[in-house]
Write a protein that binds this ligand. Structure first.
Ligand SMILES: Nc1ncnc2c1ncn2[C@@H]1O[C@H](COP(=O)(O)OP(=O)(O)OP(=O)(O)O)[C@@H](O)[C@H]1O
Ligand SMILES: [Mg+2]
Length: 382
């Protein structure tokens, strides 16, 4: 099947997102007009007194796999459905491939959407479900059969052509829903929590499938999820949303290692947040930490991931050091997780993979990390 979408080979390594709304980390560099698949400007949606989506500016590069990530109710579905044409914006503009589609219905946009719950036609078998949209487009039978066969191969469902949806597993139904969207050769594929209903194992399998399909067809995928692990695993860009705004947009690495706000730091992965104050390029945290960290004076939070911390042997030094009393010891097989009570009253989660003798509850433990592994976030960036 040839999809009318940019191919992976055509893209340079320096594709960038630009966006100008909100408090954003990550790349903000320019992007050639022709590289932009979806351009959103000032897009917002109100429901009565509630603003579900505040004005958002967002450029999605051709060939990107963008995850829109955020907690329940933050406006993810509303944003995605506005791009798809299923919800009318209160204000703003949407362009696909440089064409303003804001006033067009969903069927008149070169995008396709996979809804949660699949939405398959229950009275049609797999082949009929896949061919339905093409039949409406009045393609001839031979062309339809050809594209159905290719779509079935793409989602690895050969042999299931004559099955009814009710006789398929959740993951198989999901793949039919995906194939049914892909067969229409959308320039942009919108996926709203498509894996949410699947159990963990199937979810992981489908994540791999989605990655493979994205690689194969090289299209632009926009994927909504509230699962940070899924976003990190799938996407090459993540937009973290909170209360109808994009808090940060960046690569998974940027979002994980350089969260721009408290919210992002807390929402993605596990993070220790320690209160502190910065004066003259030096941070003093309540937990007893003193370390250099350039930036404006004022209240800050010091962020360190449990896996960036290490237990210090007697005499061992680290750029950032502190100690606490072991409150909890959890064995994970490959590593041990400690929860320390700090002098400040805060807790510190420490991941120890050294295999050294396990500490016991009540023991004082020294821990440390490198300044390169921590992040200092100004309180004003909340
Ligand atoms: N038709 C509607 N009428 C009134 N309020 C709505 C409507 N649709 C959504 N909302 C509200 O808009 C906000 C954003 O909803 P949205 O469905 O976009 O969130 P979401 O991020 O997709 O959440 P979830 O992860 O639970 O799917 C919520 O507060 C929701 O209650
Ligand atoms: Mg939703």
């Amino acid at each position: 099947m040839s999809f009318r979408v940019g191919t992976v080979e055509l893209r340079g390594p320096d594709r960038k997102f630009t966006t100008v709304s909100g408090n954003l980390g990550g790349h903000r560099g320019g992007m050639a007009e022709s590289d932009i698949a979806v351009r959103v400007r000032g897009l917002s949606r109100r429901y009565g007194a509630l603003t579900a989506v505040h004005p958002i500016d967002l450029d999605i590069a051709r060939g990107d796999f963008l995850a829109i990530l955020g907690p329940s109710g933050c406006g993810k579905t509303t944003l995605l459905r506005m791009i798809g044409g299923f919800i009318a914006p209160s204000a703003g503009r949407i362009e696909v491939d440089g064409v303003d589609v804001t006033q067009r219905g969903p069927e008149m946009r070169p995008v396709n959407m996979v809804f949660q719950g699949y939405g398959l036609f229950p009275h049609m078998n797999v082949r009929q479900n896949l061919g339905y949209g093409l039949k409406l487009k009045k393609l001839d039978r031979v062309a339809i059969d050809d594209r159905v066969q290719k779509a079935i191969a793409l989602v690895q469902l050969a042999g299931y052509e004559d099955q009814m949806p009710a006789h398929l597993s959740g993951g198989q139904q999901q793949r039919v829903a995906l194939a049914r969207a892909l067969i229409m050769e959308p320039q942009v594929l919108l996926l709203d929590e498509p894996l949410a209903a699947l159990d963990l194992k199937l979810r992981q399998t489908m994540q791999e499938e989605l990655r493979r399909i994205h690689r194969t067809i090289g299209g632009t995928f926009v994927f909504v999820t509230h699962d940070q692990g899924e976003a990190l695993a799938l996407a090459n860009r993540i937009a973290v949303m909170k209360d109808g705004r994009i808090e940060q947009l960046g690569t998974p690495e940027e979002i994980y290692f350089r969260p721009a706000t408290h919210f992002v730091a807390g929402f993605i992965g596990e993070a220790n947040l320690l209160r502190g104050v910065r004066r003259n390029g030096q941070v003093e945290a309540a937990a007893g930490i003193v370390c250099p960290a350039p930036g404006p004076d004022g209240a800050v939070a010091l962020v360190a991931r449990p896996e960036s911390t290490r237990r210090l042997a007697p005499g061992e030094v680290a750029e950032v050091e502190l100690s606490g009393v072991v409150e909890e010891v959890i064995f994970f097989g490959a590593h041990v997780r400690y929860v320390l009570a700090l002098a400040s009253g805060e807790k510190l989660r420490v991941q120890d993979s050294s295999g050294s003798t396990r500490a016991v509850i009540g023991e004082r433990m020294r821990v440390g990390w490198n300044t390169s592994a921590q992040r200092v976030i100004a309180e004003s960036a909340r």
